[in-house]
Design a protein around this ligand. Sequence first.
Ligand SMILES: Cc1cc2nc3c(=O)[nH]c(=O)nc-3n(C[C@H](O)[C@H](O)[C@H](O)COP(=O)(O)O)c2cc1C
Length: 464
Amino acid sequence: MTSALASPRVRAVLQRLHDKADREDRAAKERVRAQERELGVRLAPAQRYELYGDAPLAISREVGALYHLLITGQRARSVVEFGMSHGISTIYLAAALADLGGGWIITTEILPGKADAARQNLMEAGLSDLVEIRVGDALQTLKSVPDEIDVLVLDGRNDQYVPVFGLVQPRLSASAVVLADLGRDDPDLQYYQEYVRDPASGLVSIELPLDAGIEVSVRIAADTGARQRTADPPTASMQSGRAAAAGPDDVRDRLRALRVFAGEMPSFETDRAPAHPAELFLEWLLAAIDVGVREPHAMTLSTVDQAGRPTSRVLILKGLLDGQWQFASSATSRKGRELAANPWAAINFYWSELGRQVRIRGRVTDAGPAASARDFLARPVGSRAEALAGRQSDVLTHPQDLDDALAEARSRVEADRKLVAEHWTLYHLIPDEIEFWQADPERRHTRLRYVLQDSRWTQQALWP
Ligand SMILES: Cc1cc2nc3c(=O)[nH]c(=O)nc-3n(C[C@H](O)[C@H](O)[C@H](O)COP(=O)(O)O)c2cc1C
């Protein structure tokens, strides 16, 4: 019997795909490196993958052969793959299962265009019957996979290796093999290696010097060995829902598997901090925008009620004006009512990609009707209609009331482009205390507090 890998169909598809990867992958990686050199920071994984675009980011022929060999050697029947891209690795995995007489692969890809291309490639190779493709974020698509997974392949976003591993780990068979493409020198991958090499993981693990490194881990813990082995298709033994399966220990394990302050962090040289905290804030905000933090202008605002009980919610920073932080909302909302009774508030920003937190306390004032109207009229039509419908934070008894109010408000906004919601308010927080907090992966965090004393800002370093 010859291997499926040697069949003309499979060979032709793999040849074409490897040639494409040889052409495109190097350029895609160079694009990322060039951007990182220009910005002087390591890009966040999400931004890196955006720059990689449609490039296959493929494993080499040697690694494909290794995957095929390990799966056939292990006589695997069930495979989960994270990050299928154009399906090159999936073809090697599926060819191995075909050589063993059957089995199944669940594979997942976040980009629909790549998943479509992979589907086509698997069909051309004649291996699509063995593969279920799930499109979306692996942390969602792999929430539900059958028990007794023989092989787990990690080849997606580096910062998701540990969470995806944590998700699938309870479903691994007693002698499962986990293969991780280490891709590039990356702190997320070092963390993954530390994680699987920790004796508590129940794995033995070694890095093979192929491509930029392949971590091969084999399960040695015997606690799931008694389970009945199955080669049923995925749907037959599927879990009904993760919540049902997740007890407090599962949650703790999942939380422990998450990493905090991953990757390189910028340094914070406090002796070079500017005299005014707004200047430093702007510097940090622009850095957060540059490295692609998602919604870097989202901040948590805390207010207190008359009994001194705090409430927090997320708002958008509208601007910085003369050292004051601006946000907008309805004066009749809970925050609006609380600020009217007690104007003291706190704002918090956290930019995880940079490990930076900024904490601001101060007094909130109303920017006045003209500034509030200008802010309101600069909002998109839908947002204006929503604010005009009013009643933010009131109890909604009948959902239809909201739809009716929104429809009515929208037609009013469209009929009168100068219409301003009565209670819409632009607020200014005038700070008297601001702390800048920079994470350090080794936990020697740097903190610098500015305090306003006699109209002058003074600086204090704080213990982490
Ligand atoms: C990312 C994000 C941005 C938001 N921006 C605003 C905003 O700019 N203004 C606002 O009134 N509510 C905003 N909200 C909704 C608030 O979090 C909150 O639900 C609403 O203002 C009611 O809060 P309250 O009942 O405490 O007054 C935002 C929510 C999120 C998640």
